[in-house]
Design a protein around this ligand. Structure first.
Ligand code: BMA
Length: 325
């Protein structure tokens, strides 16, 4: 399997944009951020794992941190974390994705609980108070919201983790689904969007990455796609055998449950030192995409579960790539 990030993608010379040493509070790993533009600023909510042993994050604690920026490249981290939940039932909230709809910022997040993994949607106006609007039944996560209602309904992509139901050849293979909601609380009309076996660079799970951006050719969506490999990959812990790529797909503008095309090759391939070496090397996990007026798209991604990074590309090149042209 020899993949390369395509030439039209520019990984930022400022990478990593954010790492543990940039935080004014306890931090071990800073990654898998959601990013959007809100009230004239770039806003990032990132995952911060702290209090961990270098080779073991199973007992690490997690909070969400806030950073703001005027250019989307240089970030100022707020003095304290913006969201942390942990009690008898909830272990942590993580992997946020941000979508602004009608002037309000919504955060999709994953939640580890004593009784399974849940995906949720919260609303915030100040990045200080987060009102949880809905939480899924276990196991489900990697939710992303579309930036507008479609035919009067909110829409989210999501990635359930079926353990018993998946057929024998695809036991550990999870797919990308979507659900509709009239109010962001009640979700239904769930359907399968993209099965993992339809992604050429995944032999394991896939999932939604960044919230979709609208183009004239369809909704442009980043996904993550996981390939298991024989050899052990560099990581701070033993026995790591997965490569996480970013890929792209286009969904129908009027009916986003319909896939128009999926890139046959990965969009972002782990190849830089900060992507290959870290808590889990070879992991690229996209969580935010911003379309600028110039046509540039900023793609934010967690690298190696250790740092937060940026890649840029022209929107037309991304659409062509998603269409395999
Ligand atoms: C996924 C999620 C992500 C993480 C990735 C690689 O299943 O847990 O938070 O970045 O694994 O470890």
């Amino acid at each position: 399997m020899e993949f390369k990030t395509p030439e039209f993608i520019k990984k930022s010379p400022c990478n990593p944009l954010l790492s543990a040493t940039d935080l004014p509070y306890a931090s071990s790993l800073v990654f898998n951020a959601g990013v959007t533009k809100y009230n004239g600023k770039y806003v990032m909510v990132f995952r911060n794992d702290y209090n961990m042993k270098r080779e073991d994050r199973s007992h690490a604690q997690t909070n969400l941190g806030l950073a703001t920026s005027d250019d989307g490249i240089h970030w100022t981290v707020a003095p304290k974390p913006c969201w942390a939940v942990s009690d008898d039932e909830i272990r942590r909230v993580y992997d946020p994705r941000l979508t602004v709809i009608d002037g309000k910022c919504y955060v999709c997040f994953a939640m580890d609980t004593k009784h399974g993994l849940r995906g949720g949607v919260a609303m915030t106006e100040d990045f200080d108070k987060f009102e949880i609007l809905s939480l899924s039944a276990p196991d489900n996560r990697n939710m992303v919201l579309f930036p507008e209602k479609i035919k009067g309904m909110f829409l989210r992509l999501e990635r359930p983790l079926p353990v018993y139901g998946r057929d024998a050849n695809h036991k550990e293979s999870f797919d990308l689904w979507c659900s509709f909601s009239p109010d962001l609380r009640f979700w239904g009309d769930t359907s399968l969007v993209l099965p993992a076996e339809n992604v050429a660079y995944a032999n394991s799970k896939i999932g939604p990455g960044a919230p979709p951006i609208k183009t004239k050719d369809g909704w442009l969506c980043a996904i993550h796609a996981v390939t298991k490999v024989e050899e052990e990959l560099p990581a701070w812990h033993a026995n790591w055998h997965k490569v996480y790529f970013a890929g792209l797909m286009l969904l129908d503008l009027d009916d986003p449950s319909k896939v128009l095309s999926v890139s046959k090759k990965p969009l972002l391939v782990p190849e830089e030192p900060y992507e290959l070496d870290g808590f889990r090397g070879s992991v690229i996990f996209p969580g935010g995409m911003i379309l600028e007026d110039s046509g540039e798209v900023k793609i934010y991604y967690g690298a190696a579960d250790t740092v937060e990074c940026l890649a840029t590309a022209d929107v037309n090149d991304l659409v062509k790539f998603a269409k395999n042209e």
